[in-house]
Design a protein around this ligand. Structure first.
Ligand code: ADP
Ligand code: ADP
Length: 228
C-alpha cells in the first residue's frame, strides 16, 4: 500500500556558477515497514534524497510514487523531521505539537492527551508551556520530533534527527523510535552521519557517495529471530 518507488530519479541544482548533480539517476524501492538508514559523507545527496521523498523538492528527472500516488508535494502519510528545528516561534511547545491535530479538527481533549503522551515520550513534560526559543537546540529537536509523530504518519522521514542531542537523550530516542517502528509498523527513512547508528537501528542501510551523489551500497541487515 505504502510502497515507495523511485524510478530514474535525479536532482540537479542549477546555480550561477554551474550545475551540481546532487543525485544521479536512482532506482529505489522501499517496502512498507522497512527501516532504512542513509549514510555517506557530507554533500553526497542524503538531504536531497530525503527532501525528494518528502515532496519538498521536485526531481529533475524520473518519478516518485507512494503506493499508486505520484509524490508531487508533502502529504499527510509522510512526516518529515528536518535537520534544523522548524517550530512556530509564536506557539508554545504544546501549541506546536497540537497544531497538526488542531488543523485536522481533532477535539481539544484528544489533542491534549496526544500532546501529553508525546511530551512524555520526548522528555519535555515540564516544557509544554515554554516557547521554542526558551529551549536548547536539542530540546527543540525533540519537540519537533513530537510534532511530527503526533500526526501519526505512516512514513517517517528523518534528517539526522539526533545529531545535536547528547548521548543519553539520543539513546533514549533511538529506543523509542525502534519501539514505535516495531509496534506501529511504520516505514522509516533515516539520514545519519553515524554508521554505528545506522546499523543499530535499521533493517537496511544505503551508503551514498558524492560527485555525483548516488547509492553505492544497498544492504539489508538480517536480524536474529529473537533479538530482544
Ligand atoms: P549536511 O551535510 O549536514 O546535510 P550541508 O551543509 O551539506 O549539511 O547542507 C545543509 C543544507 O544547506 C542542505 O540541505 C541544502 O539545502 C543547503 N545547501 C548545501 N549546499 C548548498 C549549496 N551549495 N548552495 C545552496 N544551498 C546549499
Ligand atoms: P548531504 O545531505 O549528503 O550533505 P546534500 O543533499 O545537502 O548532501 O547536497 C548534495 C550536493 O548538492 C552538494 O554538493 C551540495 O552542495 C549541493 N546542494 C544541496 N542543496 C543545494 C542547493 N539548494 N543549491 C545548490 N546546491 C545544493
Amino acid at each position: 500500500r505504502d510502497r515507495v518507488v523511485l524510478a530514474e530519479v535525479s536532482k540537479t541544482y542549477d546555480t550561477p556558477t554551474g550545475a551540481t548533480v546532487a543525485l544521479a539517476a536512482t532506482d529505489l524501492v522501499i517496502e512498507p515497514g522497512e527501516f532504512v538508514s542513509i549514510v555517506g559523507p557530507s554533500g553526497c545527496g542524503k538531504t536531497t534524497l530525503l527532501q525528494l521523498l518528502g515532496g519538498f523538492l521536485a526531481p529533475s528527472t524520473g518519478s516518485l510514487l507512494v503506493g499508486p500516488d505520484r509524490i508531487d508535494g508533502p502529504g499527510p502519510e509522510r512526516g518529515v523531521v528536518f535537520q534544523a528545528p522548524t517550530l512556530y516561534p509564536w506557539l508554545s511547545v504544546r501549541g506546536n505539537i497540537e497544531f497538526g491535530p488542531k488543523c485536522r479538527g481533532v477535539d481539544r481533549k484528544t489533542r491534549r492527551a496526544a500532546a501529553d503522551r508525546l511530551l512524555d515520550l520526548v522528555g519535555l513534560t515540564d516544557f509544554g508551556d515554554k516557547r521554542p526559543y526558551e529551549l536548547s537546540g536539542g530540546m527543540q529537536q525533540r519537540a519537533q520530533i513530537a510534532r511530527v509523530l503526533v500526526n501519526d504518519p505512516r512514513i517517517i522521514l528523518m534528517d539526522e534527527p539526533f545529531g545535536a542531542l547528547d548521548q543519553l537523550t539520543r539513546e533514549r530516542l533511538q529506543v523509542e523510535l525502534l519501539r514505535l517502528w516495531r509496534s506501529a509498523g511504520k516505514t522509516i527513512v533515516f539520514v545519519t552521519h553515524s554508521v554505528e547508528e545506522a546499523v543499530f537501528l535499521s533493517t537496511r542501510v544505503l551508503v551514498m557517495s558524492a560527485r555525483p551523489g548516488r547509492v553505492i551500497v544497498d544492504r539489508r541487515i538480517e536480524l536474529p529471530d529473537d533479538d530482544g
